[in-house]
Design a protein around this ligand. Structure first.
Ligand SMILES: Cc1cc2nc3c(=O)[nH]c(=O)nc-3n(C[C@H](O)[C@H](O)[C@H](O)COP(=O)(O)O)c2cc1C
Length: 338
């Protein structure tokens, strides 16, 4: 039987009712202290009723790691309660909700960041400012921030965590040889560049336990010679795959370069390449806006689930329309067969 978008799927021990996921989307509407508010409760609550899973926007583990000044965070215990309100609003539709934990690294907002951190002292571009290469205590403190944010995620009633290791933010900066020029055990070989992610994952797991769903979002390519590739990323993630439950495959963001051709499903080949190398469910994202394309990706085994972002901004019912289209086609087929 062919798999389609309406089929359920498991992320770890969590069963999703279908394979259409709301991708993380910053709202740029948090308070200056990084608190979520009524906007977030309304926005996510309104979009939760059809998708199998909602992934909340990039949520900073550190006050210094916000990507934009009005990003939300989970960097103090006081940030937990507003996230619980969002979780409750999403749960009202019977839909699970993950939070995306992030640290902006060298791309953190200069407006809210006292000291920009990065694996190496290499700036993203002129507007972002010069980062400091993280020393041992910076690394330990940041890992501890991830651990505390994970504890708060559980406390907030969130159903899982997506670790943001994509789009040129701190974890991606460690993974890529273009931004990680370190000569210690966190740089050099693929294994060394994956060490920071490995330690962050272990710290998060130390709070959540093995049964709590954790996925990782990666950028499978840096769109530049000498950068990350799906092949290398697969080798880096393989030793960690027993510690996470799904991989969400995006692309780019490390350098100020754009992909040459952004057609429908343009990132699917990266998801497919990583799916071949790993034994966890893989999520494809990026201009997958039609039911037929989503089903084709699943049927052809290129990915196990599909995420959508931009169509949900304007049309909160977009996911319901994608999902019900198939049911209508089914009904038409059924009545033709009578
Ligand atoms: C307004 C906006 C905010 C976004 N914020 C995030 C984010 O917080 N974390 C993230 O990993 N990706 C973020 N993305 C990327 C989306 O999750 C998604 O990967 C991208 O938009 C491609 O999917 P789409 O073609 O369905 O929109 C954002 C995209 C948009 C348009």
């Amino acid at each position: 039987m062919n798999i389609n978008l309406n089929d359920s799927i498991r992320i770890g021990e969590l069963k999703l009712r279908n394979r259409l996921i709301m991708a993380p989307m910053q709202q740029y509407k948090g308070t200056p202290e990084g608190f979520a508010n009524d906007h977030h409760v309304r926005f996510y609550g309104r979009r939760a009723n059809h998708v199998g899973l909602v992934v909340l926007e990039s949520t900073a583990v550190s006050a210094d790691g916000r990507l934009f000044p009005n990003d939300i965070g989970l960097f103090t215990d006081r940030h937990t309660k507003p996230l619980r309100k969002i979780a409750d609003a999403v749960h009202a539709s019977g839909t699970p909700v993950f939070v995306q934990l992030s640290h902006g690294g060298r791309k953190s907002s200069p407006a809210t960041t006292k000291r920009l951190l990065a694996p190496s002292a290499v700036a993203y571009d002129d507007s972002c400012g010069q980062p400091s290469a993280m020393n041992r205590s910076d690394i330990e403190r940041t890992i501890e921030e991830y651990r505390l944010a994970a504890a708060r995620s559980v406390e907030a009633g969130l159903d899982g965590i997506e670790i943001h290791a994509a789009h040129g933010f701190l974890l991606h900066e460690f993974l890529s040889p273009l931004s990680n020029l370190r000569e210690d055990e966190y740089g050099g070989s693929s294994e060394n560049r994956a060490r920071f992610l490995k330690e962050v994952l272990a710290a998060v797991r130390s709070e959540t336990g093995r049964h709590y769903p954790i996925m990782i979002r990666v950028s499978a390519t840096d769109f530049a010679a000498g950068g990350l590739t799906p092949g290398e990323l697969g080798r880096m993630l393989k030793p960690l795959e027993t510690e996470f439950d799904a991989l969400d495959v995006s692309a780019g963001g490390l350098l100020p370069v754009q992909p040459a051709d952004v057609h429908a499903g343009y990132q699917v080949p990266y998801a497919a390449a990583l799916k071949q190398r790993l034994n966890v469910p893989v999520i494809a994202v990026g201009k997958i806006y039609t039911r037929s394309l989503a089903d084709r990706i699943l049927e052809d085994g290129l990915a196990d689930a599909v995420a959508i972002a931009r169509p949900l901004i304007e049309d909160p019912d977009y996911a319901g329309k994608m999902l019900s289209l198939e049911r209508e086609e089914d009904r038409a087929e059924e009545s033709a067969n009578v």
